[in-house]
Design a protein around this ligand. Structure first.
Ligand SMILES: [Zn+2]
Length: 92
C-alpha cells in the first residue's frame, strides 16, 4: 500500500503526535509488507493497527521493531537469496 506524507497529518493531529512519527511508522510497516509479505503479528511494527501508545512511545524514541525472524527474512531477501527457493512465496 502506498504511503502518502500528506495523509500522516490528520492522524498525527488527532493523536497529538508528530507527523514524522506517523509517517515513519507507516513507511516501516509498509516496507515490511513489501519485503516479508502480507501477514501481521501480535507485537512490533507489523501489528495490524498501531495503537496510540505505540505512537507515543515512538515519539519518545522507543520504536516498535521487527522481530528477529522478520529481520532475518528481510535480510535474506535483500541479499538476493530468494525465499521462493525455500518455499516462501515472494512478497505481493
Ligand atoms: Zn499491515
Amino acid at each position: 500500500m502506498p504511503v502518502f506524507a500528506d495523509r500522516a497529518q490528520k492522524p498525527a493531529d488527532d493523536k497529538s503526535i508528530s507527523p514524522r512519527v506517523v509517517l515513519g511508522l507507516a513507511m516501516a510497516h509498509e516496507l515490511g509488507h513489501r519485503l516479508i509479505g502480507p501477514e501481521h503479528q501480535a507485537t512490533g511494527i507489523m501489528v495490524k493497527d498501531l495503537q496510540l501508545e505505540q505512537f507515543r512511545r515512538a515519539q519518545q524514541g522507543i520504536r516498535p521493531a521487527f522481530s528477529t525472524e522478520q529481520a532475518r527474512r528481510m535480510h535474506t531477501w535483500l541479499q538476493g537469496e530468494t525465499l521462493v527457493e525455500k518455499g516462501v512465496p515472494p512478497p505481493p
